[in-house]
Design a binder for this molecule. Structure first.
Ligand SMILES: [Zn+2]
Length: 427
């Protein structure tokens, strides 16, 4: 257990002398104890004999603890009133900036614990801002002691790898990745690989990533540290790096940003059911016509994302396109999204839109046989295949950081390779 304890005020009651770690342990244990009772019952194995308390040692003061969870619509006053702590003490507390700042906003799910002494006087209030951050305010003879306790989760570094047989999602699941981690991977590679159309059986991926644990329980996923994706024989490597200027981003091993000015896919890849063959016979006109875009089959109502920053040129009904939105981007690039069931509120002519914003929803308006998104990518009026067009990259790594980065990159890629060569998947 790693604990950082910050004490804002210098004056402590004497019992603080028992040591920071012990105190913190007690405090955190306190938070887990059940509702107040006359004595604390500790379950012990039957063979342990509990010695009778020796008469010389004065009894510990009996504290009563009241836990209150923040409910929707709660204010600090309603929480303090529910705990019978009184609001006068609250106002005295809020006059002190170190106390009022963390209490400025409270949210449902956060919790308070009030501690009362035998005379029913409030002795302390512990505010659990999150599972990791607690503020304890103790009432003293001449004011308050304030402590902030920050627990740090344990970071576990993990490795996973898979060969895709049918779907990226299922292969990733089988490799032990959470939904969150799969989305992180899809986002990380969303600029380079169209997960809806490009994935083939035999594609492989491997990654080193982090998970956060607290008291042996998983809190959540940390970031991906390094990843390799081999798509149809093309290897795409990505590394997470924080430069000395404090900027964190994902880069290829040569220092290019993984981010591009355009997403490859205008939808969450896992919502796309299939894609159409672009050289197919047109299902309505029953003729083969030059198909100028990419079609993504997805259920009606699936959100459509604008693939790059830009400005909406038009949003409205237009013949065979049905409900269609056209967006102008920098560099003479336009994107077009057709057959929508509905527009989003972002889809108004003249509106600025940002990459990834929802611009509308999949539908079957216009000349179609079923719900799908028809997506076009035009450079100076010429249609380009959005899957293969060379996309401008976002900001690369600052050149001054390149030497450190290259060392870091070769180290991380080396680690990934060692894992790939030695890892045997658990059954
Ligand atoms: Zn189409």
């Amino acid at each position: 257990m790693v604990i950082h304890l910050f004490t804002i005020m210098k004056r402590f009651p004497r019992w603080h002398a028992i040591g920071v770690a012990a105190l913190t342990f007690v405090m955190l244990s306190v938070a887990m104890w059940p509702a107040p009772s006359q004595s604390v019952i500790v379950e012990l194995p039957p063979q342990v004999v509990i010695p009778a308390p020796s008469p010389e040692i004065p009894e510990e003061p009996q504290f009563t603890r009241v836990a209150e969870e923040v409910q929707p619509g709660d204010t600090l006053s309603t929480v303090f009133e529910r705990a019978n702590a009184g609001v006068r003490v609250l106002y005295r507390m809020l006059a002190i900036e170190e106390i009022s700042t963390p209490l400025e906003r409270i949210y449902p799910g956060q919790s308070f614990e009030f501690e009362f002494d035998a005379d029913n006087l409030l002795r302390s209030v512990t505010f659990s801002e999150s599972i990791l951050v607690k503020h304890r305010i103790s009432l003293t003879d001449d004011g308050f002691d304030i402590e902030k306790v920050v627990r740090e989760p344990e970071i576990h570094t993990r490795f996973a790898e898979a060969t895709i047989d049918s779907s990226l999602y299922l292969s990733a699941k089988e490799a032990g990745l959470s939904d969150n981690m799969i989305m992180q991977m899809a986002t990380l590679y969303g600029w380079d690989i169209d997960f809806a159309l490009d994935i083939r059986a035999g594609d492989t991926f491997s990654l080193i990533y982090q998970e956060e644990y607290l008291d042996g329980e998983k809190l959540g996923d940390g970031p991906i540290l390094v990843a390799r994706f081999v798509n149809q024989g093309r290897e795409v490597n990505a590394l997470r790096y924080t430069d000395e200027g404090g900027r964190t981003d994902y880069y290829s091993p040569n220092g290019d940003s993984m981010r591009k000015a355009f997403l490859r896919t205008p939808m969450d890849v896992f919502r796309i059911s299939s894609s159409f063959n672009p050289n197919r016979r047109h299902p309505v006109l029953n003729t083969i016509r030059a198909h100028k875009g990419t079609d993504y089959a997805a259920p009606t109502g699936t959100p459509i994302k604008v693939t790059g920053d830009g400005k909406v040129v038009s949003a409205g009904r237009n013949g065979g396109y049905g409900n269609v939105v056209v967006v102008q981007h920098g560099g003479g690039i336009r994107t077009l999204y057709a057959h929508m069931s509905q527009f989003s509120k972002n889809a108004r002519a003249g509106n600025r839109v940002r990459q990834g914003q929802i611009i509308g929803y999949v539908g079957a308006t216009g000349q179609v046989t079923g719900p799908h998104l028809h997506y076009e990518f035009l450079v100076h009026g010429v249609h380009k295949n959005p899957q293969t067009v060379d996309l401008p990259t976002a900001q690369p790594l600052d050149r001054q950081f390149l030497p450190q980065f290259e060392e870091f990159a070769s180290n991380m890629m080396g680690q990934l390779q060692v894992f790939e060569e030695t890892y045997v998947a658990a059954d």
